[in-house]
Write a protein that binds this ligand. Structure first.
Ligand code: FES
Length: 113
């Protein structure tokens, strides 16, 4: 019987004060789910991933922006309600971790810590 590798992807969450936390994330989890699982400060996720609260707002590291991509229309309209919105802003509940995102770095907005 073949064994299936359960590979994880590494994601680093940077706090506004520069503190970093790297966690191993299973493919298919959202960045928000991983942050909650590992008690990463700054991700409150009040709506639990329904794209309705913006308390999971992150800034995507510049090196990763084109790989992660832009927000969809609904996410973009929700970001209008967030503080510290930048061109690299995303809602972490809307980003599923995949092989392509192994090594991803995201930053918490100043308002979320
Ligand atoms: Fe509420 Fe992401 S968890 S918008």
């Amino acid at each position: 019987m073949a064994t299936v590798a359960r590979r994880t992807r590494n994601v680093t969450y940077m706090q506004a004060d520069g503190a970093a936390r790297s966690v191993a994330v299973r493919a298919g989890m959202s960045l928000m789910e991983a942050a909650l699982r590992y008690d990463v400060p700054g991700i409150e996720a009040k709506c639990r991933g329904n794209c309705a609260c913006v308390t999971c707002h992150v800034h995507i590291d510049a090196a990763w922006q084109s790989i992660v991509g832009a927000p969809g229309a609904m996410e973009a309209s929700m970001l209008d309600f967030a503080e510290n919105v930048e061109p690299n802003s995303r809602l972490s509940c809307q980003i599923k971790v995949s092989d392509d995102l192994d090594g991803l770095v995201v930053r918490m907005p100043e308002s979320q810590h």
